[in-house]
Ligand binder design. Structure first.
Ligand code: ATP
Ligand code: MG
Length: 740
């Protein structure tokens, strides 16, 4: 049982304590019209998780009331997904279609009570009569039919006397109810269609709002947990059960926020479109957000359950960052996956002073991972390294092999480049290298300093493999349809090489390919003859970050010229800029000139220097010319000074400015980026975050003051970075104190 109970667990616990129910029964009720996705994983985790925590039971129920879209393939996919996540639905899978006879009788009950009638308006008329949110609806003239007439018509509907849409059964509630769902909702419709289970037995099918509460009741469900969009259906849920005066106990409906994730689409209808239009290879394409897709990609059930645990259960909708899911799989595999070597883009290296061959014993895990195991890695005078790991004209901060810089071959020796061999076009095709016999990993007596270790494989023993590298399926953060697909979401590398142990061992399915990421033997296409690996997720991209820092460090070390030094001193002493920023500006004429120019327009040295040393400097590296002037920078700095925008948001504004050429003012207005400083607006957001993470409040109280930053981060996230951090700081501090 979790330490901190969410609102659903609090309700369940209370209902058991007060004796409202003897045992908790939940259900997961998918419609078998598609493969379940990561959003369903959340619903599965909640329903099965709660049942498990309270020693109850969770039913797996196929909500199969729409014969046209449903089939057995999807039933199997749903079962597989639930099972794979580690949950158990017990003896049997339930189907709403098993209750068709019972539901039919309940409907007749309602007719006999005068609470339901057969309507004969057509679809358009029904819509028109329903009214709008602001105006009452109008009841159909057919609502006056006698009970006998209604029973007879309903019976004939069932017998197949009418065409689709000719009649419909409705509840008789209130055509002027403020809740539109209560305006004589539809209960049964005619649909002459083959059903994958009941075949041609029925030509009328119950609507969700009628079938769902009754199916819950029939199964003895106690807590009917669904997503927020069903909030308005709850009144009808209650009406059906109460009107029929069913023997207690009856179930109650509770809603939670559905999972929504960026760069992902989470509607079965749209996912089906991707499959049908063959944009993906199937429901289990490793780029799909389906459970089958994630499984095939190489995600573990543990990582997905962990993700569900992390996102928690809330009552307000929000969008989860897909990197949170990626974090969970990385975190899981970091502890489990053996590290091996793979070369994706091979460059031949011949070691001219090495003769013969040897096998090097290499551990599968680094010292900080509490796992053991090793393999033998063959070594010889002909190896492959990654093309990227050699640079003839190396950029600053490049730590790998260059004509003048040696590098370590991971687990093996240090090598240095003796000769670069090129083809006619000038492409590097081979490196002649020298190795240092004294430098063997673990017993290095060579005294040679290297800055990094790279992966390699011995040519003769290496095994050729296919590697499928996936990127996000959608290029936009909030994809609307297929137009937003990322055309580069799949890259197939046919000629990658792995060390032989990867293929020969029969234990491991997932590996960390050193310095590349985590990979999985494709469960369908992999064979020993044609090994295929899926890239699950990359390692944290440390290279780009490292490169930046080392560059900065180097530059700081190079002594300043006399003139530069003068500027530097003025910046630090008079203008109070920090050393790093002053250092960047004083070394670069273009930047310092711009800085002075902007400073003559707005007296805000620190804000201006920050923008120029960070944003402008970065931009100059990419584009050489700037499509903005000192005036725009002054305007941007002015907005930070006046607290119109936060400095965090200013980065976004700058980016947009560079792209669009618009002024910062226009951008802030168009995108509604104004900073939120009003405590009255911030307080409710802060309250919500504090209630959402009670465990972190406790940690704070117990003295972990670092957690404070977590809260700030959450608020910034909730406001898309627009909250004024200073005000947020003050409010949180006050609230956490009060909580103490
Ligand atoms: P879709 O919109 O993708 O077709 P759905 O809600 O129609 O999904 P169902 O098969 O009816 O799919 O869903 C089964 C259960 O899963 C329901 O209880 C539903 O509330 C829940 N569910 C569906 N999508 C999500 C989601 N994104 N987050 C959490 N729960 C979800
Ligand atoms: Mg649905």
């Amino acid at each position: 049982m979790k330490k901190n109970k969410d609102f659903l667990r609090i309700i369940v616990e209370n209902d058991l304590k007060t004796g409202k129910y003897k045992e908790v029964i939940t259900r997961f009720p998918p419609e078998p019209n598609g493969f379940p996705h990561i959003g369903h994983a959340k619903a599965i985790y909640i329903n099965f998780g709660i049942a498990k925590d309270f020693n109850g039971h969770c039913n797996l129920r196929m909500d199969d009331t729409d014969p046209v879209k449903e089939n057995t393939k999807y039933v199997e996919a749903l079962k597989n997904s639930v099972k794979w996540l580690g949950f158990d639905w017990g003896e049997k899978v339930y189907f709403t279609s098993d209750y068709f006879p019972k539901l039919y009788n309940y409907a007749k009950e309602l007719i006999k009570m005068g609470k339901a009638y057969v309507d004969s308006l057509n679809e358009d008329e029904i819509k028109e009569y329903r009214g709008t949110v602001t105006s009452a609806g109008k009841r159909s003239k057919y609502a006056n039919r006698s009970i006998e007439e209604n029973l007879e018509l309903f019976d004939r509907m069932r017998k197949g006397d009418f065409k689709d849409g000719e009649h419909i059964l409705r509840a008789k509630i209130d055509m002027s109810a403020s809740n539109m769902k209560m305006r004589d909702p539809l209960l049964y419709r005619i649909r002459h269609a083959y059903h994958f289970r009941t075949k041609d037995e029925w030509c009328i099918y119950p609507m969700y709002d009628f079938a769902h509460p009754l199916s819950d009741y029939i199964e003895g469900v106690t807590h009917s947990i669904c997503t927020l969009e069903f909030e308005n259906n709850r009144e009808l849920y209650d009406w059906i059960l109460d009107t029929l005066e069913l023997k207690p106990p009856r179930p109650y409906q509770y809603e939670f926020a559905r999972l929504d994730m960026n760069y992902t689409m989470m509607s079965k209808r749209k996912l089906l479109e991707l499959v049908e239009k063959k944009i993906v290879s199937g429901w289990d394409d490793p780029r799909m957000p389906t459970i089958a897709g994630l499984k095939r990609r190489g995600y573990t059930p543990e990582s997905i359950l962990n993700f569900c645990e992390q996102i928690g259960i809330a009552k307000a909708n929000s969008i989860v960052d897909v990197s949170q899911l990626e974090f969970c799989i990385r975190d899981d595999l970091n502890k489990k996956a053996p590290r091996v070597m793979c070369v994706l883009n091979p460059l031949k290296v011949t070691i001219i002073n090495y003769e013969g061959s040897e096998e090097i014993e290499a551990s599968y895990y680094p010292k900080n991972v509490a796992k053991e195991g090793s393999r033998k890695v063959p070594f010889s005078n002909t190896i492959y390294i990654e093309k990227d790991d050699f640079a003839e004209n190396s950029p600053k901060g490049y730590f790998r092999l260059t004509p003048t810089q040696p590098v370590r071959l991971k687990h093996a020796y240090i090598i240095s480049c003796e000769e670069v061999i090129k083809d006619k076009e000038g492409n590097i095709i081979e490196i002649k290298a020298k190795y240092y016999p004294e430098s063997k990993s673990g017993q290095d007596k060579s005294g040679i300093k290297v800055k990094s270790a790279i992966q390699w494989v011995s040519q003769k023993e290496a095994r050729k493999v296919e590697v499928r590298v996936y990127d996000r399926l959608f290029k936009s953060e909030n994809p609307k349809d297929i137009k937003d697909i990322n055309p580069n979401s799949l890259r197939i590398i046919k000629n990658a090489f792995v060390e032989p142990a990867v293929i020969e061992n029969k234990i491991y399915e997932r590996f960390q390919f050193e310095r590349e990421g985590y990979f999985y033997k494709d469960p369908i296409d992999y064979s020993e003859e044609n090994p295929v690996f899926n890239k699950i997720v990359g390692l944290k991209d440390s290279w780009t970050k490292k490169k930046k820092i080392s560059n900065d460090k180097k530059e700081i070390k190079k002594p300043l010229s006399k003139e530069e030094k003068k500027i530097f001193e003025r910046y630090t002493n008079n203008l109070k800029l920090n050393y790093k920023i002053a250092n960047i500006l004083s070394r670069d004429k273009q930047l310092s000139k711009l800085f002075e120019e902007v400073l003559s327009m707005v007296n805000a040295p620190i804000s201006v220097a920050n923008i120029i040393a960070n944003e402008v400097a970065k931009e100059l590296k990419i584009s050489k010319t700037l499509n903005f002037t000192a005036k725009e920078i002054a305007q941007l700095a002015q907005m930070i000074e006046s607290k119109t925008i936060s400095s965090k948001i200013s980065k976004q504004v700058f980016e947009k400015m560079v792209k669009s050429g618009k002024s910062p003012k226009e951008i802030v207005e168009e995108n509604n980026l104004t900073q939120i400083s009003d405590p009255a607006k911030l307080e409710p957001i802060i309250d919500e975050v504090i209630t959402k993470f009670p465990e972190n409040v406790i940690k704070y109280k117990e003295g972990n003051k670092k957690i404070f930053g977590f809260f700030i981060g959450q608020i910034l996230k909730a406001t898309n970075g627009k909250a004024n951090p200073k005000i947020v700081n003050e409010i949180i501090l006050k609230k956490l104190k009060n909580n103490e």
